[in-house]
Design a protein around this ligand. Structure first.
Ligand code: ZN
Ligand code: ZN
Length: 767
C-alpha cells in the first residue's frame, strides 16, 4: 500500500511513501502523518492512498503544478510512514478535492493551500486542548447521612450538586474550600474529580441574549424560499434528495428544474434584512441535521455581527478569525471538526471549515475585495465557496447591496439565480442623496458646511467620508477635473514620478504628462489627494467646538482601536467621525443623520479597471448609513464630475442600470468579467534585474496566441522597502490558458535568486 503525502514545506510536489502493515487499516486521506524526510521527521497530509502495485503511484509523483516527475528507477526504495499523528482526518475527501482544484486553478503549491485551509494554531506541535480538573457529584453516590460526614462536608456536597459541578479552582474559590478537602470527599466516593478539556470560548465574556426568529416580510419570504429551493424539495418529497434529483434531470427529463441548484445572488438594499433571511435558512439546515458556513468580510466581523448568530444558535456557533488567541482558534476548529459546532462564522478562511454534513454556505457582502487573498495561495474565497457548493452539492448564497460585476454577469448568463430585496425591513427610510459640484481647491462646499452646522446645533452626529487616494495617483486637471485616460483601455493612466510619465497598467502603453489639459487648456495637473489629516485640520478650523474622531489606517493600527473608536462614537463621545472607506460598511449609528462624501471622484479616477465599480459600491454603502433609525438621513456627495454615469446611477439608486453600462464598457475593452486577468509581479533589489526579466517574460509571452500580454511596466508603487516592482498583465477568455502560459514560462525561464516572481490569477486590482 502506498500513500502520496504533501509535506509541510513549500516544495510544490507530493512524496510517495510505503504504508507499513500496521497502519494500513487505519490510514485514510486527509490524515496528518509523520514521515521521514531527508535526515529528519516531517509532518504532512495524506493526499492519496492507493493499493500496493498501483504502478502509476509508484512511478510518478504528480506535483501541484500538474507536472509529473518520475521516481528515477524501478528499484527505487520507498520509505515507510512513521506514524499517524491524528486518526481523525483534517480534510474530508471532498475538502481535499477542493484543495486540489484550488491549487491547480491558482497555480499554487498544494501545501500552501493545505496550510491556508487550516488555522496555524491547529498545526502547531505544542497545540492541544486546555485540560483542567473538573469536580462533579457522583451520580450513584452513597447517601450522605450514612457516611459520618461533618456538617461542613455535607454542605460542600450539597452545594457541588446544586452548582452542577465545576472546575476545581473555581469551586474552591466559590465554596471557600481547599483541593485537599475535595480530595477527601472524592476518596469517600461522593464526588468525582477528573481531567476535562476546558473550552477557550472567544465569546465567553460577552453577554449573549437569545433571540427568536423575526416575522419576515414578503420579500424576505421569497428570498428564503429561493434559498431552500422549495419547489425542488417539495416535488421530491425529501430535502436531502435534491442532489439525486438534479442528477436525474441531467439525464434529460425535466431540465427546467435544474435551476433550483444554482447559487443564489441575494441582491438586497442596505437594511433589507438579509441577515434575518440567512438566520432562518440556517435554522432550517440545523433542523434537518446539517451545518452551515457564514462568511463575512474581516472588517465587518464585528462583535455585533457575531452576536447576531450566537444569539440565535448559541453554542452551536463557532467563530474563526484572526483576532482569536491560538487556544481559542484551536478549540473552535476542533469543535467544528467534531461536529459539536454546526455553524461557522468567519472571514475568507472560513470557506475551508471542516463542517460536518454541510448544507449551506452564505457569503455576505460578496463584492468585498477582502475575500481575495493577496498572498499564496491567491484564491478568491467567494469563488471557492461556489466551487465547494458544487463539489459537496450544497446551496450557496451570495449576498450584497452592490453585487460584484462577476456575480451580476453570472446572473445574466443564467449561472446564478437572482433574488431581489428592494425595501427596507425595519424602520427608517433610505436617505436623500444630493450631489454638490466642487470647484477650486476647497475641501468643503458651502452646502456641506451648512448641513454640518445644522446637525451640531441639533446634537446629532455626522460621518464624513474621504476616499483614499493611496500611493497611486492619476493625472487630474486641477481646474476642470479631467482625468488623463488610456484611449485603448478606458482606464486612467498612472503617474510615475521617476520618469514623469503616465502609464496604462492594463496594456503597458505610456504618454508624457500633457502640457495642458485637453478639455480646458489649463496647465496645472494635480497628482495629490487630500489626506484625512489635512481634512481633520480644516474641519477643526471650521468647527472649533466640535469633537472630531479620525479613523484611518494610521489611527487604527493598534489592535482593537477600530472597535474602540466606533464604540466611542456610538456612545456619542464625538460629533463628527472622519474616515476612509473603513467606515463605509457594516456600521449602524442611530444618531447619525448626515453623511458627507468629501471627494467622491477620487476612487473614480484611480487607474484601475474596477474604479467605477468600487466608486458605486462605496457611495451606495455610504448612502445606506444615514437614517437607519427614526431620524431621517441626508447624504451630500461632493464631486468634480457630477455628469459621470456612476454618479447619476448612485443618485437614482439604480444598480442594474449602472451594471449594464459598466459591463458593456468592460466587454468593449476586454476587461474582467468579460475575460480573465492575471498579474505577474516581479520584485528585486536590483532595478536592472527586475526590468530586464519583466521585459524578457513579456516578450516571450507575447508570442503566445491565446493570451493577450501587456508590455512590462513598473508597478504603481515602483519601489517599496528597497524592492523594485515591475509587472505584466495577462488577459484571456479562459483562465486555464493564462495558467498554462504561466506554467510554461516559469518552467522555461526559472528566475535567478534575488528576484521574486508572483502569479495572481483573477487579480483584484492592477495597482
Ligand atoms: Zn481641465
Ligand atoms: Zn491601455
Amino acid at each position: 500500500m502506498l500513500a502520496k503525502v504533501a509535506i509541510d514545506l513549500a516544495l510544490d510536489r507530493l512524496f510517495t511513501y510505503e504504508v507499513p502493515e500496521a497502519l494500513q487499516k487505519k490510514l485514510a486521506v486527509g490524515q496528518l502523518l509523520s514521515v521521514p524526510f531527508g535526515h529528519r521527521e516531517a509532518r504532512g497530509f495524506a493526499v492519496e492512498v492507493g493499493a500496493n502495485g498501483t504502478q502509476d503511484l509508484r512511478r510518478e509523483t504528480l506535483d501541484a503544478r500538474g507536472l509529473t516527475s518520475k521516481v528515477s528507477s524501478p528499484k527505487f526504495k520507498l520509505r515507510p510512514i512513521t506514524a499517524i499523528v491524528d486518526e481523525t482526518p483534517f480534510f474530508s475527501e471532498k475538502l481535499l478535492e477542493l484543495v486540489k482544484k484550488t491549487a491547480s486553478y491558482t497555480a499554487s503549491p498544494i501545501e500552501s493551500v493545505l496550510r491556508a485551509a487550516l488555522p496555524a494554531a491547529v498545526l502547531k506541535r505544542s497545540a492541544r486542548a486546555k485540560e483542567l480538573l473538573f469536580v462533579e457529584k457522583r451520580d450513584q453516590g452513597l447517601g450522605i447521612r450514612d457516611q459520618g460526614l461533618t456538617q461542613r462536608q455535607k454542605w460542600l456536597v450539597e452545594n457541588i450538586e446544586r452548582l452542577g459541578g465545576g472546575w476545581l479552582q473555581q469551586l474552591c474559590r466559590e465554596l471557600k474550600t481547599t483541593p485537599a478537602s475535595l480530595k477527601t470527599l472524592s476518596e469517600k466516593g461522593l464526588i468525582t474529580i477528573e481531567v476535562r478539556a476546558k473550552r477557550r470560548d472567544p465569546l465567553a465574556n460577552r453577554r449573549i441574549l437569545p433571540t427568536k426568529p423575526l416575522p419576515l416580510n414578503e420579500e424576505q419570504k421569497r428570498a428564503l424560499e429561493a434559498i431552500e429551493g422549495e419547489d425542488l424539495r417539495r416535488e421530491t418529497g425529501d430535502a436531502r434528495q435534491g442532489e439525486d434529483f438534479r442528477r436525474k434531470t441531467l439525464d434529460g427529463s425535466k431540465v427546467s428544474r435544474l435551476t433550483s441548484s444554482r447559487p443564489v445572488l441575494l441582491f438586497g438594499v442596505t437594511g433589507s434584512g438579509k441577515t434575518e433571511v440567512y438566520l432562518q435558512a440556517i435554522a432550517k439546515e440545523l433542523a434537518a441535521g446539517r451545518g452551515a458556513i457564514v462568511m463575512v468580510p474581516e472588517i465587518a466581523l464585528t462583535p455585533q455581527t457575531v452576536s447576531r448568530f450566537a444569539s440565535r444558535f448559541g453554542d452551536r456557533v463557532a467563530v474563526l478569525h484572526s483576532a482569536l488567541s491560538d487556544g481559542e482558534r484551536y478549540d473552535e476548529w476542533h469543535r467544528i471538526r467534531s461536529g459539536e459546532a454546526r455553524v461557522v462564522v468567519g472571514p475568507r478562511s472560513a470557506v475551508w471549515a471542516p463542517v460536518r454534513d454541510l448544507g449551506l454556505i452564505v457569503v455576505d457582502e460578496e463584492h468585498e475585495p477582502s475575500y481575495k487573498q493577496d498572498e499564496l495561495p491567491r484564491y478568491h474565497a467567494r469563488d471557492i465557496a461556489v466551487l465547494r457548493g458544487a463539489v459537496e452539492g450544497v446551496r450557496v448564497v451570495l449576498g450584497s447591496a452592490t453585487p460584484s460585476l462577476e456575480s451580476w454577469m453570472n446572473v445574466k448568463r443564467g449561472k446564478y439565480e437572482l433574488v431581489e430585496m428592494r425595501s427596507r425591513a425595519g424602520a427608517g427610510t433610505l436617505p436623500s442623496v444630493r450631489l454638490v459640484e466642487m470647484k477650486g481647491g476647497s475641501i468643503f462646499s458651502p452646502e456641506l458646511l451648512e448641513a454640518v452646522h445644522l446637525r451640531l446645533d441639533r446634537h446629532e452626529q455626522v460621518i464624513l467620508f474621504l476616499n483614499r487616494r493611496g500611493y497611486s495617483t492619476s493625472a487630474v486637471c486641477a481646474s476642470c477635473g479631467y482625468v488623463v485616460t488610456c484611449p485603448a483601455c478606458g482606464v486612467a493612466y498612472t503617474y510615475h514620478r521617476a520618469d514623469s510619465c503616465l502609464r496604462c497598467h492594463v496594456c503597458g502603453g505610456w504618454v508624457p504628462v500633457p502640457a495642458t489639459c485637453s478639455q480646458c487648456r489649463s496647465s496645472a495637473f494635480d497628482f495629490r489627494g487630500i489626506g484625512t489629516q489635512r481634512a481633520e485640520a480644516a474641519l477643526q478650523k471650521c468647527f472649533p467646538r466640535a469633537t472630531v474622531l479620525r479613523m484611518d489606517a494610521d489611527s487604527t493600527s493598534r489592535k482593537n482601536s477600530h472597535d474602540d473608536l466606533l464604540s466611542a462614537f456610538r456612545r456619542g463621545e464625538a460629533d463628527i467621525l472622519l474616515g476612509t472607506q473603513m467606515i463605509a460598511k457594516g456600521l449602524d449609528f442611530p444618531n447619525v443623520t448626515l453623511v458627507g462624501v468629501l471627494n467622491a471622484d477620487a476612487s473614480l479616477n484611480l487607474p484601475d479597471f474596477r474604479a467605477g465599480e468600487r466608486t458605486y459600491q462605496l457611495l451606495a454603502q455610504v448612502a445606506g448609513r444615514a437614517g437607519r433609525a427614526e431620524l431621517p438621513g441626508e447624504v451630500i456627495v461632493q464631486t468634480r464630475d457630477s455628469d459621470a454615469p456612476v454618479m447619476k446611477s448612485v443618485l437614482r439608486g439604480d444598480f442594474a442600470d449602472f451594471a449594464t453600462e459598466e459591463l458593456a464598457a468592460r466587454k468593449e475593452c476586454f476587461l474582467p468579467p468579460a475575460c480573465h486577468l492575471a498579474l505577474i509581479g516581479f520584485r528585486s533589489k536590483d532595478l536592472k534585474q527586475v526590468s530586464n526579466w519583466a521585459t524578457m517574460y513579456a516578450k516571450s509571452l507575447q508570442r503566445l496566441k491565446d493570451v493577450r500580454v501587456s508590455d512590462a511596466t513598473p508597478g504603481a508603487l515602483e519601489k517599496a522597502d528597497g524592492w523594485y516592482r515591475w509587472q505584466i498583465v495577462l488577459r484571456a477568455v479562459s483562465a486555464s490558458a493564462i495558467v498554462r502560459a504561466w506554467r510554461w514560462i516559469s518552467a522555461e525561464r526559472p528566475v535567478p535568486g534575488g528576484l521574486r516572481v508572483s502569479f495572481d490569477i483573477d487579480a483584484f486590482s492592477i495597482l
